[in-house]
Design a protein around this ligand. Structure first.
Ligand code: TYD
Ligand code: MG
Length: 448
């Protein structure tokens, strides 16, 4: 049996070196060499025999049975629960509640669950389970970080669901790199994935997010696993979101909402409450925008205040939105919708401290301004998006369908969208009003 061999491979040019260099000897890129297994100890049997393809149409498919995790909101993000052999990566900032969420999940499974902890001691995990009043009887605990021993323990335990907390603490003896390095994380995740597929155990890997927002370096894990969930939250609030960004067994951009309480994470069954403004009844100058944060849809309240100016130079101030764009939108409102504002101070604000850079916020800004100027509130459960051009046209925004789905999911009933973003099919529970020009949008607002 040949020994497992490793080499340092450049991620830029593919050159190999037998030892680590600060920069690639071939192409000179700094920090691009990572340790990689070049030859495995075990040769795979029958690898010489030709594989036999089958007709795609003949493959029998079946409904995959799903195991609920006990946390309803987590199941929602997973698309209905865990599938046997599924590998899920849960990423998020330190201290956001990843360990808490998955400890609660395995405890509510009742039996056949294993929790591997490499970050905290067994006592710490047990102490937390006790504090949260969790039923720990069916959960086996493993305080171990060495991959080969973990895989051995997983084989013996024959668990239905296993949690690895966290993948960055696991190290394989086949590699010399430090735990948490790209090479270790990639190799350990690949080996654990092979185990999951072989045994049918569903694996939940906890992964730390680096400063750049990627899990363990440049997305090394995301393509290995079946499902990638991100755990997000604002440090100012107790609300936490679990969002699927990749899922081989369900839809992406599914959202689970939790609140962190002194008794752990509790699912929030009606998340629209969080995102809707806390006004008791609609107020003038507020408009909900369906925006995208990266590739993820998000609903944000845009507020505007229009007030009589007391100086010859009225003030135009925007917080969280582009300042120059505000001046442009006011000019468009005047020229194309006949709404003059040269004697008014105009302030706009994106609620919650978010920064919105995308032009699709234009329509929401305009409607919030018109609502404040006319002192007429926009009805509740109305969301808006769309870019406004200098000719007064409402231009389409990217990924309109995702925005609409998010609005529907969060309980919105009506959306005002650019004509080109009008969905072909009907979205249940959502009335879509398509507009082509800014004056038309203002008309729609008056009729609400
Ligand atoms: P944890 O699950 O350890 O985070 P992660 O594994 O993502 O690093 O969560 C730690 C935080 O959660 C900690 O700052 C305290 C808070 N917390 C509560 O507010 N209530 C609770 O019941 C628990 C267990 C934790
Ligand atoms: Mg943790």
């Amino acid at each position: 049996m040949a020994k497992t061999k490793t080499a340092y491979v450049c991620s830029e040019c593919g050159a190999t070196a037998l030892q680590w260099f600060g920069s690639c000897p071939a192409c000179g890129t700094a920090g691009s060499l990572t340790e990689t297994i070049t030859e495995r100890g075990l040769t795979r049997a029958g690898s010489k025999a030709g594989a036999a393809p089958v007709s795609l149409a003949d493959v029998v498919t079946r409904e995959l049975p799903r195991t609920g995790t006990g946390a309803e909101e987590l199941d929602r993000a997973l698309g209905g629960g865990l599938v046997a052999g599924q590998v899920v990566l849960l990423g998020g900032d330190p201290g956001i509640g990843k360990s808490t969420l998955l400890l609660q999940a395995v405890c509510s499974l009742g039996s056949d669950a294993l929790y591997m902890t490499g970050e905290e001691s067994a006592e710490q995990v047990a102490g937390r389970a006790k504090r949260l009043d969790l039923d720990a009887a069916g959960v086996q605990l493993l305080a171990e970080t060495q991959l080969e021993r973990i895989v051995g323990a997983l084989e013996a335990a024959k668990a239905r669901v296993a949690v690895i907390d966290s993948i960055q603490t696991v190290w394989s003896e086949a590699l010399q790199s430090a735990p948490g390095s790209v090479a270790q994380v990639r190799e350990c995740a690949a080996q654990l994935t092979r185990f999951a597929k072989r045994s049918g155990t569903a694996l939940l890997l906890i992964g730390h997010v680096t400063k750049e927002g990627a899990i363990a370096g440049p997305r090394v894990l995301e393509h290995i696993v079946d499902t990638v969930l991100y755990f997000e939250g604002d440090s100012h609030s107790s609300f936490r979101l679990v969002r699927a960004v990749k899922n081989r067994f369900g839809a992406v951009n599914e959202l689970g909402v939790f609140a962190m309480t002194e008794k752990g994470l509790k699912g929030v069954s009606n998340p629209s409450r969080l995102f809707l403004s806390t006004h008791e009844k609609p107020v003038a100058g507020s408009c909900v925008l369906a925006t995208l944060e990266g590739t993820r849809p998000l609903l944000v309240e845009i507020q505007a205040l229009v007030d009589a100016a007391h100086s010859p130079n009225p003030r135009r101030l925007s917080v969280g939105l582009e300042q120059n764009r505000l001046a442009m939108l006011l000019a468009v409102l005047h020229r194309h919708a006949g709404i003059p504002m040269w004697e008014q101070d105009v302030f706009v604000n994106a609620v919650g401290g978010v920064r919105i850079g995308e032009p699709a916020a234009d329509l929401a800004v305009c409607l919030a301004i018109v609502s404040s100027l006319t002192d007429r509130p926009i009805a509740a459960k109305v969301a808006v998006f769309g870019e406004i051009g200098l000719a007064g046209e409402v231009r389409p925004a990217p990924r309109g369908q995702d925005r609409l789905k998010e609005a529907a999911k969060l309980g919105f009933e009506k959306v005002i969208v650019p004509r080109a973003n009008q969905p072909r099919g009907k979205i249940p529970g959502l009335e879509v009003v398509a507009v082509e020009r800014v004056d038309q949008a203002v008309q729609v607002l008056r009729s609400l």
